[in-house]
Write a protein that binds this ligand. Structure first.
Ligand SMILES: *[C@@H]1O[C@H](CO)[C@@H](O)[C@H](O)[C@H]1NC(C)=O
Ligand SMILES: *[C@@H]1O[C@H](CO)[C@@H](O)[C@H](O)[C@H]1NC(C)=O
Ligand SMILES: *[C@@H]1O[C@H](CO)[C@@H](O)[C@H](O)[C@H]1NC(C)=O
Ligand SMILES: *[C@@H]1O[C@H](CO)[C@@H](O)[C@H](O)[C@H]1NC(C)=O
Ligand SMILES: *[C@@H]1O[C@H](CO)[C@@H](O)[C@H](O)[C@H]1NC(C)=O
Ligand SMILES: *[C@@H]1O[C@H](CO)[C@@H](O)[C@H](O)[C@H]1NC(C)=O
Length: 198
């Protein structure tokens, strides 16, 4: 929060130069505590990418909740996603995340091991999930959280990181709780989506 404040106050003086606090992203070393830390419900909140296929996806997704459950192996997570893509809510439950301790990478695979993406987990608050996708030379960074929104401070910190990676505001895509989809098993009544998920 202090860093953010300094950033804001310093801005008029440092106009046109990099923000003063471009700390490198620190990847988490994956170990046996990684899977338990990731289990459960998350909400994807904001992402940025210069990789055209991701960019397409980021533009189309206006809401996404996902949950990690134990998979068939201890280094494997089953993933259930519910997302709004181009206005329509879609449920996907056939993907997995493989946790590779030897090189501290997470691999998202679809169905029968078709690789979708690879990412490093970035150190942050325990209720945040910051992923740096690494399967291309283009930078990509996403923020998810245990709650559908994050504090202003966490958002500003994340935006500062994006800025440091060279993203402009038009490269950044936000989801919105206005676009909430009902989670599987929440289909009680056909009314308005309840924003108080999980
Ligand atoms: C992690 O779990 C594996 C499998 O259960 C075990 O062999 C290994 O010793 C554990 N590593 C640590 C650092 O606890
Ligand atoms: C995880 O998903 C696979 C299918 O991809 C399924 O066979 C398996 O039963 C699931 N594991 C658990 C614990 O639900
Ligand atoms: C979403 O809509 C855009 C523009 O209409 C289209 O290019 C894109 O393929 C659509 N994406 C999906 C996943 O339907
Ligand atoms: C995914 O959803 C389908 C349809 O609801 C269901 O039949 C299947 O068992 C689910 N698979 C997993 C791994 O949960
Ligand atoms: C990490 O290790 C896995 C398993 O060996 C491998 O498939 C994957 O490509 C590696 N990731 C990176 C970024 O090297
Ligand atoms: C999320 O939004 C709600 C309602 O606007 C607010 O009460 C809550 O404090 C917010 N959560 C965080 C982490 O900022």
């Amino acid at each position: 929060m202090l860093a953010t404040l300094a950033l804001l106050l310093g801005l008029p003086l440092a106009l046109g130069t990099e923000p003063p606090s471009c700390a490198p992203l620190v990847p988490v070393t994956l170990d046996n505590s990684t899977v338990p830390r990731l289990l459960g419900q998350w909400f994807y909140i904001v992402g940025a990418s210069k990789y055209p296929p991701y960019l397409e996806e980021l533009k189309a997704v206006t809401f996404e909740a996902f949950s990690f459950s134990p998979g068939s192996h201890e280094d494997e997570l089953n993933v259930t996603e519910i997302m709004r893509i181009n206005e329509t809510c879609v449920v996907r439950n056939s993907s997995k995340v493989l946790v590779f301790q030897q090189n501290s990478t997470l691999m998202h695979v679809e169905g029968d091991k078709r690789e979708v993406s690879m990412a490093r987990l970035i150190q942050s608050d325990k209720d945040l999930l910051i992923l740096n996708h690494i399967n291309s030379d283009f930078p990509s960074l996403s923020l998810s959280a245990r709650t559908p929104n994050v504090s202003k401070e966490h958002m500003e910190e994340f935006k500062a990181q994006l800025h440091c990676l060279g993203f402009a505001e038009e490269d950044v895509f936000y989801t919105s709780t206005e676009h909430t989809c009902l989670l599987p098993g929440e289909k009680t009544g056909e009314g308005k989506a309840d924003p108080q998920l999980g």
